[in-house]
Every structure is written in structure tokens, then in C-alpha cells.
Design a protein around this ligand. Structure first.
Ligand code: KDG
Length: 339
């Protein structure tokens, strides 16, 4: 009788993506529900990419694997969702790598300012040896990484004045991600950085708790920061990626076939997401200008100055994260530059 009672319960759990029976030995495709959450909204290229992921998984599995998408941090911020994956309470999230640095310090190399000039340079590092080596560090933290999507080059917005020179950062209260490299770099520039979860940023800008924030154009537009931030400065100071994470507890229950469906869908949707993101960044610039934001470029000479000012920060963290890894990243960038 006990078994008779336990079995239906287990089947229901299986449907929630938490099958207790080792699906990996069984092979085939089972009924699964995959809860996927992100911090950005549905309009953002990340939201559109997640939609594509859902369509692909459902199609490839003949409708057996269902993906439920949650946007705008309704399941929590990047850190909270990552913890939910580790605890087996959520199956998928696609955070910035920056807030993961407390867990895997090496991810901090992607927070170094002014490393990449183009998206292609970033792709060559992320999809090459360095990026793949870092994905291998995830399973010991109960996570599986299926590749990198694009957040992109970050630009500064604020409510005080245009930022054209390194000096213009002085005294600005800037929201940053929860990441020590970002914090130290902005401090070096004379700004007053405040770490904060993404979901709190709009309100903090609106209430003037902070003067500014920095994010890629697609985020500035989709999060409507133009309504509360008059100045947009094209600092392009850092490229930050997204990493596609799956709960290892969930992953280990999947059959090889199911794992392949997830992997292929994350990669296909990721390619679509990166293309869309680049297009959206271009379009967003025009839209933000039309919406009345005062946009200024930052000269290469000023960017060089900013890079020089933050060099002690990158030198310090290169030692902490591993000089060899940083050198490998830089040599990959050099190679991509010659192509
Ligand atoms: O979905 C991702 C977002 O939660 C976040 O990572 C966006 O770049 C971001 C930020 O500034 O927090």
C-alpha cells in the first residue's frame, strides 16, 4: 500500500521537473516542467531569447518538456534565482556573470573595464577555451552552464551632467551590480558606487537615491530609464555576458536525449539572442535620442585615461583571479583583433 501511495506522488513530482527516478538511466523523453526566470523583462532581447528557448525545447521534445518563463525578477534577482537552482527549486536562469563572482571568483575577469572593443572579440573569449574552462567550474557549485548569451557593452546614464571625461565621474552616486571589480573601479574614478539588485534600480533612480547607473542600451530602453535619467554617456566601459545556467540537481535527472534538447535549444536561442541584442542596441540608441535623452560620445583618448586610472584595480584582481587566465583572455583578444 505504501508503494501504491508513493508512486502517483512521484509521478506528479516528475512532472514538476523533480523526478526522483533516475531519468538519466532510462533514456527517452519524459513529461517535464522547467521553470525559467530572468531579471529583465519580456521585451528585452534576453526575454525574447528565453521565449525562443521555450519554443525550441517544446518543439524538440514533441511537447513533453514544458518551459514556464518568468520575467522581470518575479522569481527574484540573479543571486536568489541562482541559489534556487542550487537548491533544486528552479531549473533555469540566465544571470549576468558579475554577481556570480562571490561564488566563482574567476568570472571576475569579465568585469575588467575596456578589455573588448567589439562583440566578436568577446565571443572569441567566451566561446573559446577561457569561457569553456569557466563553465567547468559550475558543477561543483550544483550548477550546469550551457553557454553565454549577451548582455553587452555597458554605458552610463545619470541625472546630473554629461560624462565626457574621466573627471566627470567624480562625486556621482552610481548603482553597480553586486561585484567587487565594478565597485573598486568606480571608486578609483572618484564616483560613489552603490551595489544593488537590478529590480530595485528604476525606483532608486526615480527617487534620486542614486544619480546614475550603467547598463547596455537595450536595457536602458526596455527598462525605461530614459524617463528618469536625462544623460546618456557612451562610455562602453565594460562588456558583461549572461551565462545560461541549469540546476545540476535537475540536469542529473535528465536522459542524454533530454540533455541534448536543452543544450541545443540554449545554443540556438543564444545565437538568436546575440544577433537580436546587437540589432536592438543600435535601434535603442536612436529611440533613446528621440525620447529626449542627451547622448554624448566619449573620445578614445578619454577612455584611455579612464583605463589608466582603473589599472591598479585590474592589476590587483588579475592576481586574485589568476594572472595566467587573464593573459589567456588577452591573447585570445589579440588573436581576434588580427582576424
Ligand atoms: O536578467 C539579468 C538581469 O537580472 C541583470 O543581470 C541585468 O545587467 C544587469 C544588471 O545591471 O543587474
Amino acid at each position: 500500500l505504501a508503494i501504491g501511495i508513493a508512486l502517483p506522488g512521484m509521478l506528479i513530482l516528475g512532472g514538476c521537473g523533480a523526478a526522483k527516478t533516475g531519468g538519466s538511466e532510462k533514456g527517452g523523453i519524459q513529461e517535464r516542467t522547467i521553470k525559467a526566470g530572468i531579471g529583465l523583462n519580456e521585451d528585452h532581447p534576453e526575454g525574447q531569447g528565453l521565449k525562443r528557448f521555450k519554443e525550441l525545447v517544446e518543439k524538440k521534445s514533441g511537447g513533453k518538456m514544458k518551459v514556464q518563463n518568468f520575467y522581470s525578477a518575479t522569481l527574484g534577482d540573479d543571486q536568489k534565482m541562482t541559489e534556487a537552482l542550487q537548491g533544486g527549486l528552479q531549473e533555469v536562469t540566465i544571470p549576468s556573470t558579475s554577481p556570480l563572482v562571490g561564488m566563482i571568483k574567476e568570472y571576475g575577469i569579465f568585469d575588467f573595464p575596456f578589455v573588448f572593443n567589439t562583440e566578436e572579440e568577446a565571443y572569441s573569449v567566451l566561446d573559446g577555451k577561457v569561457g569553456q574552462e569557466l563553465l567547468k567550474k559550475l558543477p561543483e557549485h550544483k550548477l550546469v552552464g550551457l553557454g553565454y548569451w549577451e548582455n553587452g557593452f555597458r554605458n552610463l546614464t545619470n541625472s546630473k551632467h554629461p560624462v565626457k571625461t574621466a573627471d566627470d565621474f567624480k562625486g556621482l552616486k552610481i548603482r553597480t551590480m553586486q561585484n567587487e571589480v565594478h565597485l573598486d573601479a568606480f571608486k578609483k574614478l572618484g564616483a560613489n558606487p552603490t551595489p544593488m539588485a537590478f529590480s530595485e534600480v528604476f525606483t532608486a533612480l526615480e527617487s534620486k537615491t542614486v544619480d546614475g547607473q550603467e547598463n547596455p542600451l537595450a536595457t536602458i530602453k526596455s527598462s525605461k530609464y530614459d524617463e528618469v535619467q536625462p544623460y546618456l554617456s557612451m562610455t562602453k566601459h565594460v562588456y558583461t555576458p549572461f551565462v545560461f545556467l541549469v540546476s545540476k540537481q535537475f540536469w542529473d535527472k535528465l536522459s542524454k536525449e533530454e540533455q541534448k534538447i536543452m543544450r541545443d535549444a540554449a545554443q540556438e536561442a543564444g545565437k538568436y539572442q546575440r544577433d537580436l541584442n546587437r540589432k536592438e542596441n543600435e535601434k535603442a540608441l536612436e529611440d533613446l535620442k528621440k525620447a529626449g535623452m542627451k547622448v554624448n560620445e566619449v573620445s578614445d583618448a578619454e577612455k584611455e585615461k579612464m583605463k589608466e586610472i582603473v589599472k591598479p584595480v585590474t592589476d590587483k584582481y588579475a592576481k586574485k583571479f589568476g594572472q595566467d587566465l587573464v593573459d589567456e583572455m588577452m591573447s585570445e583578444v589579440e588573436k581576434a583583433r588580427k582576424k
